[in-house]
Design a protein around this ligand. Sequence first.
Ligand SMILES: Cc1cc2nc3c(=O)[nH]c(=O)nc-3n(C[C@H](O)[C@H](O)[C@H](O)COP(=O)(O)O)c2cc1C
Length: 362
Amino acid sequence: MTASPVPADVVSLADYERHARERLPAAVWAYIAGAGADGITRRWNREAFDRLKLEGRVLADMTGADTGLDLFGQRLRAPIILAPVAFHKLAHPRGELETALAAAATGTVMTISAQSSVLIEEIAASAQGPLWFQLYMQARREDTLALVRRAEAAGCRALLVTADAPVNGVRNEEQRVGFRLPDGLEAVNLRDMPGPVLRVGPGESPVFKGLLDAAPTWRDIEWLRASTKLPLLLKGIMSCHDVRLALQSGVDGIVVSNHGGRVLDTLPATIEALPAIADEVAGKVPILLDGGVRRGTDIVKAVALGANAVMVGQPILHGLAVAGAVGLAHILNIMCAELEVAMALTGRPRLSDIDHGIFASC
Ligand SMILES: Cc1cc2nc3c(=O)[nH]c(=O)nc-3n(C[C@H](O)[C@H](O)[C@H](O)COP(=O)(O)O)c2cc1C
């Protein structure tokens, strides 16, 4: 009998994180785990989940209990989706191909990052499960459109436009260790796509002199909406102001996200921003949430406050680093099993039964 590639003491996502850290070079870890500036938002993402207290319910009738849901015409086994994460080859030599295996094995949607380290087409050719594609709007519209057409041709079932990172955050943790992509690893989908032209004079900042010239605006979202029939989700929404504009632009869904705390530090935790955003959305489009989701109890809290599903980012790379596709599939199964336990102990047989009453009232 072959031994399991997963160490025996790995039973939770935190265990995967610990083991992944031991296996990966320090500079790669600084990129994967690194946050914006002082890492305050990254910390708040977790603390805010932990502060919410649940109310247990005993003796509930759990007949027909099910974690499934319908989202954009797809039936999902659980409200857990793989977030777009760049460069999976940092964690495993086969990169996104391993991720696709794990996603298919567990019936989970995989969102391919625009900055994947394997081509969209190669991932799609090997994938047996549903794929979405995350888009960064490119400096030239023709390049953006080319990416959209490639995602459509590859069979991706939704497009997710990330709007919260037109410039990199202040990534001090990476800067301190001098992280740079290892040789041979690149954003293969974006080859031959020129970035913005910098017009930086002495003492001037590239942020305002070049980088933001190419950054998308709401007009580009309307243009994109008219350019594809795929469901269009906007990722990085953290305010009611932006919800209103997103809905006016015709998006089909929003992702409440602060990019895992990697971009603008001191944004609030996503779970704190969610209730007001859900009020503003008022059921018009589905809401996804990410940022620090690590436990089944986090998922029921997000659903109670208005999310249809959650996304996980860093755990993808933790699973790959520890045991490739087996590790990531294990992570997804752990999350699903924990969700079932949380639903059972709060007496909620279906996701639609999870409401505000799930929080402790006394
Ligand atoms: C290493 C890394 C790379 C990421 N790359 C992308 C990306 O290419 N596109 C994107 O929209 N978000 C990217 N994200 C953000 C994730 O999609 C997601 O918002 C975030 O990781 C969620 O927080 P979590 O890691 O705590 O689950 C990245 C996150 C990490 C950790």
